[in-house]
Design a protein. Structure first.
Length: 133
């Protein structure tokens, strides 16, 4: 009787993440809720983890989105799309991750935070842009 076992552990090579930039017009905005009320939506924090792949960088991104509203007398939803895009050194799009959803706002809640996870491949010497549509 011959028993063979093998274990292998894949370790990711951690690298510095490229700087994320967000034009002012896409970092925050006012949207109309499903009840047709104004809601402020803004990026309130970003955490990144990057590792080296064969010919690019893999980025895991955690984004905190904050919604603020004045009328807290009823439940409501605020629609938004969160996008993250990498471009090469010629500003040609390389990869994109996008999430469209409706941010739920519970009755009585003025400020609502939600953390969202995104993933992106970035070319070597590339740039990364993040924003709300």
């Amino acid at each position: 009787l011959l028993i063979m076992t093998a274990c292998s552990t894949l370790k990711k090579e951690v690298v510095d993440c490229p700087k994320l930039t967000s034009p002012k017009t896409t970092a925050e905005k006012f949207v109309k809720s499903e009840n047709n009320l104004p809601v402020y939506i803004g990026i309130r924090g970003v955490q990144t983890f990057c590792s080296k792949a064969s010919n690019h960088i893999e980025m895991d991104v955690s984004v905190n989105i904050r919604a603020i509203r004045k009328d807290i007398t009823k439940d409501d939803h605020a629609p938004l799309t969160l996008s993250i895009v990498s471009v090469d050194e010629n500003n040609k799009e390389f990869d994109r991750d996008e999430l469209s959803y409706s941010q739920f706002m519970l009755i009585g809640s003025k400020i609502i935070d939600r953390t969202t996870e995104l993933n992106l491949d970035i070319p070597n010497n590339g740039k990364v842009y993040i924003g709300i549509k």
